[in-house]
Ligand binder design. Structure first.
Ligand code: GLA
Length: 400
């Protein structure tokens, strides 16, 4: 019996929030929270998928999948299968699942089990990791030969078409291209992916999970995207040859603002400022690496990094308007502490985790006890802290 085990991580994003669909560069990384998938060939005549954490399982015949009604994790599974095997489902090209040239496994007898250590709705891209792990595993099982980038696009389309979220490509790129101890710079214009290191000397990163998820998240995300696309349409009308938001100057921006309503002006102001913050972050990361190499203290530069994180939070809260009271409370309290260099909400918004940069002498759980107690008294929700490590992207754990 053939067996394949895949690990598919979630992600953090250092900076460049909501820039992956706004012509920006984003700086995410895969983390040590992941999905684990087991693929096994069986003699049963159907595909059987078990979501071990939920104690749920699903059987289906490959040929009938397109007709099945789904929700929750089943919709992601359905999306990944249909988009990966679209020739079979949508163009009616005869597809022979047992053809030895493309198939290691028989499609008729596949047993997939998965479980996850990524908290759902925490802004750590649990759904992207689910899709990336599944599509990567199926690509291996059937020797389909798709590149990681093609798999990222299928995982993204699954979110668009089967979950109704018009997300960018950052989460999928982070999960599939992550490198241990390295950050990714994903240029969302030319789709170039590079990695770089940010030494953490005397500082640490941790996550503070607010444990809230407001159901606004998906609709508001799509709304923001539509607003910015409309603003871009207007910019093209006004300036003709403008290449991207990265190329607009303040004079042009002022002129464009006169064509936009107040809400669109605020959204765009955030995007332009965040593009500038990413550039500063990249320069600071280089400076820190140099200083560490030359044994010079990089603390000043970390202070500046922290300020960038805080400024991103303010922009997301006041201009992009995707934060929420719980997250704002935690962020405001955190940054009052002398050992905290910076903190911001992370991901799509309306709940989830804060990313925190702190000095090394700060012990997340111990020093935060009072804040966590006040938080639960005020909001009735139990926040929790998690150290976070930068890990390898989607990879094979067992293949035999
Ligand atoms: C969600 C989306 C990403 C990205 C972030 C915000 O995680 O899936 O594509 O837009 O929000 O940066």
């Amino acid at each position: 019996m053939k067996k394949l085990q895949i690990c598919a991580p979630g992600r953090i994003n250092l900076i460049g929030e909501h820039l992956d669909y706004n012509h920006g560069i984003v700086l995410p990384a895969a983390i040590d929270r992941h999905f684990e998938f087991d693929f096994e060939q069986t003699t049963s005549p159907s595909i059987r998928i078990e979501a071990l954490d939920l104690n749920e399982s699903w059987h289906f015949e490959f040929a009938e999948l397109n007709e099945l009604q789904t929700n929750g994790w089943r919709s992601y599974v359905k999306g990944v299968f249909l988009l990966l095997f679209e020739d079979y489902f949508f163009t009616k090209i005869p597809f022979d699942p047992n053809s030895s040239s493309i198939s290691r496994f028989s499609l008729d007898g596949l047993h997939i089990r998965f479980k996850s250590t990524i908290p759902i709705g925490a802004g750590l891209s649990s759904s992207a990791a689910l899709c990336c792990g599944l599509v990567f595993g199926l690509n291996e099982c059937f020797n389909l030969g798709k590149t990681r980038f093609e798999l990222a696009l299928i995982a993204q389309q699954t979110e668009h078409q089967y979950a109704g979220v018009k997300c960018g490509l950052m989460d999928q790129v982070a999960s599939l291209f992550g490198k241990q101890n390295e950050l990714i710079a994903f240029d969302c214009l030319d789709q170039k992916i590079t990695t770089f290191t940010l030494p953490l000397n005397g500082v640490q990163l941790f996550l503070l999970d607010s444990k809230v998820k407001h159901n606004l998240a998906e609709s508001a995300y799509n709304e923001r995207r539509a607003q910015l696309e409309a603003a871009w349409g207007k910019a093209r009308e006004v300036f003709g040859s403008l290449e991207s938001w990265r190329a607009i100057n303040e004079k042009q921006l002022a002129l464009l603002f006169s064509h936009l309503d107040l809400s669109a002006q605020k959204r765009l102001r955030y995007v332009i400022d965040e593009i500038a913050r990413v550039a500063k972050f990249q320069a600071l990361a280089l400076e820190i690496s140099e200083k560490v190499k030359n044994s010079v203290s990089p603390m000043e530069a970390y202070l500046e990094l922290g300020m960038l994180l805080n400024a991103t939070h303010e922009g997301l809260r006041d201009l992009y308007e995707v934060s929420c009271a719980e997250i704002d409370f935690l962020q405001a309290e955190l940054i009052e502490k002398p050992e905290i260099l910076g903190a911001r909400m992370m991901g799509g918004g309306f709940g989830g985790c804060l990313l925190v940069l702190a000095k090394n002498n700060f012990i997340p759980n111990k020093e935060l006890t009072e804040l966590l107690t006040n938080y639960s008294l005020k909001f009735g929700s139990e926040a929790s802290c998690h150290p976070v490590r930068i890990a390898e992207g989607v990879h094979i754990v067992i293949n035999d």
